[in-house]
Design a protein around this ligand. Structure first.
Ligand SMILES: NC(=O)c1ccc[n+]([C@@H]2O[C@H](COP(=O)([O-])OP(=O)(O)OC[C@H]3O[C@@H](n4cnc5c(N)ncnc54)[C@H](O)[C@@H]3O)[C@@H](O)[C@H]2O)c1
Ligand SMILES: [Zn+2]
Length: 367
């Protein structure tokens, strides 16, 4: 037998910058031109964002002397699938876009995940730029490099870790976003406060009204802090072996709620309820102070987010669903818990903490 070893050590630098500002969409073409990252650009977006910002962006690209195409697909989570991915790829292929192309993912998380995944596999990988236009995308999905699509077997099951070349967050695009979508993003921002930044949490307690009036300074601050927090956590643990798990606060219970509601409840609402239930478990375990849990409940209420499920959830079904989740370890449900606002508890070096079914059952019954 002959044995040949192929040595591949990863030393590649995939660092990137996130630029946040008011009205910065129009700087993108010139920046890209200067950096000379590609010969042709595919601006990938959904049907809604295409008419709001996509057509204008295409014009700006062409006016700057760049070669660009606008490719859009019908808006909505149900289109974040392999069929849409294939259609976009075929359109790019028919436009003869080659390895010297790049993708601009202009839109919410659906566009970012899908276009990022196209970039990861098109010609074995081409650069892409995230241009989030929802609060969820600005504070969550555009950072961290998780890209992918849904299947009938579950959400985000097919995908890749693929980092963008740069992220541009133009806060002025949030002006056209419906209020309930601001709440969706806020749910994650409040989570960042709990898991890593007590000051951000206090800031939200004081300025929640200004978040809803989209005060430029306030919105820029919360997006900046959220990006820093997610960025920092992902830098330290890109593939979720320990620290990255703290981003899942509220999500173990939240995901189960989403499933039992057949996804008729939004993600932000489900994790709002999830954070409270997981928070109650943390208090029961003696890890967290009840007064701090109450502050969380008040803040979520002030943000107009639900603190209880609208229909009774069967505790047994919830536990069964949580066990099917990829976060369950050795049959036991694992969660992350706050120790104080701004800091998560660690037991034996691990943020993921296994919880007995009985305790979860009891808290769910009380909720
Ligand atoms: N990759 C990750 O790490 C990560 C993290 C969180 C969420 N996600 C994914 O993100 C997706 C949810 O993202 P989302 O909440 O942004 O949803 P979305 O992309 O579906 O956008 C919500 C709606 O708002 C519209 N829209 C977008 N920008 C707008 C604007 N500026 N003005 C008016 N309307 C606008 C869209 O057309 C859509 O109808 C889910 O698929 C989720 O799985 C991914
Ligand atoms: Zn989330």
């Amino acid at each position: 037998m002959e044995r040949i070893s192929i040595k591949l050590r990863r030393t590649e630098d995939r660092s990137y910058e996130i630029l946040i500002g008011n009205g910065i969409l129009r700087n993108i073409p010139l920046d890209l031109k200067e950096a000379n990252i590609a010969y042709t650009y595919a601006i990938i977006t959904d049907s809604k964002v295409a008419s709001l910002y996509g057509k204008e962006m295409l014009k700006e690209f062409l006016n700057s002397g760049l070669k660009a195409h606008l490719i859009s697909f019908p808006e909505g989570e149900e289109n974040k699938n392999r069929e849409t991915k294939a259609k976009i790829e075929d359109e790019m292929l028919s436009l003869k876009m080659a390895r010297d192309s790049a993708i601009i993912a202009l839109g919410g998380g659906v566009v970012g995940d899908l276009a990022g995944f196209v970039a990861a596999t098109y010609n074995r990988g081409i650069p892409y730029v995230q241009v989030p236009t929802t609060l969820v995308a600005s504070v969550d999905s555009s950072i961290g490099g998780k890209t992918g699509v849904d299947t009938v077997y579950g959400k985000n099951l097919i995908g890749a870790f693929y980092q963008p070349w740069r992220v541009y967050i133009d806060v002025s695009t949030l002006r056209t976003l419906p209020k309930n979508h601001i709440q969706e993003g806020l749910s994650e921002v409040i989570k960042y406060g709990v898991i890593r930044d007590g000051e951000l949490f206090e800031f939200l307690e004081k300025h929640i009204d200004k978040v809803f009036s989209l005060d430029t300074e306030v919105i820029t601050y919360i997006i900046k802090r959220s990006c820093q927090i997610k960025g920092e956590v992902v830098e330290l643990d890109e593939k979720e072996s320990n620290l990255r798990k703290i981003l899942n606060f509220g999500h173990t219970v939240g995901h189960a709620i989403e499933k039992l509601y057949n996804f008729k409840i939004s993600h932000g609402k489900a994790i709002s309820i999830g954070m409270i239930i997981e928070g109650k478990i943390a208090v029961e375990l003696g890890l967290w102070d009840k007064n701090e849990l109450n502050r969380l409940i008040l803040l979520l209420k002030a943000a107009g987010l639900p603190t209880k499920p609208s229909k009774t959830l069967d505790a047994n079904d919830m536990i069964k669903t949580m066990k099917l989740d990829k976060k369950a370890r050795e049959g036991k449900i694992e969660m992350v818990f706050p120790e104080k606002i701004g800091e998560m508890a660690m037991i034996n070096g691990s943020y993921g903490i296994k919880v007995e079914d009985d305790l979860i059952y009891r808290i769910l019954k009380e909720t």
